[in-house]
Design a binder for this molecule. Structure first.
Ligand SMILES: [Zn+2]
Length: 151
């Protein structure tokens, strides 16, 4: 399942990536380009724009129209029609959507606080922006949020 998140859904896009879903989010893109991209790549369009939603449906694109403007409620709306439980969590960069790779140990030594290095063994890195990921802190926080939303 791959998504395209429309303009107003930047926060939701980040959360979907943390859940493990390939989610494109581009703030500077014309509606026609969005539709073309979704059509050609089979991405599901997620939008709060009814007009865009209707256009997408007419072109045979799978589109989901969200009502809420909070990302938590948006996730709940999505989870009612899609299975969000079935993805490999923490495999994508929340900023770039790139797939994470095992982090270079040298980089971990330089950038990760010592106490974290002592309690964690696995570190991942985004090949695009270089951000490091490990279990704990923001990752734990995100997982906790998902559990609370029953995702
Ligand atoms: Zn990144």
């Amino acid at each position: 399942m791959m998504f395209f998140a429309d303009r107003m859904l930047g926060k939701l896009a980040k959360k979907l990536r943390l859940l493990g879903f390939d989610t494109l989010y581009l703030s500077q893109i014309e509606e026609d380009e969005i539709l073309k991209l979704c059509f050609e790549t089979g991405r599901i369009l997620i939008t709060r724009n009814r007009e865009l939603h209707m256009k997408a449906l007419k072109q045979g694109i799978r589109s989901l129209l969200l009502k809420s403007d909070s990302w938590r409620q948006q996730l709940v709306e999505l989870s009612k029609v899609l299975d969000l439980k079935n993805a490999d969590r923490m495999t994508r960069c929340s900023l770039c959507n790139a797939e994470l790779i095992l982090a270079n140990p040298e980089k971990v030594k330089q950038k990760v606080p010592l106490y974290v290095q002592q309690i964690r063994n696995e570190f991942y890195e985004c090949p695009v922006c270089g951000r490091l990921y490990w279990e704990g802190t923001h990752v734990e926080h995100a997982l906790e949020e998902f559990r609370r939303l029953n995702l």
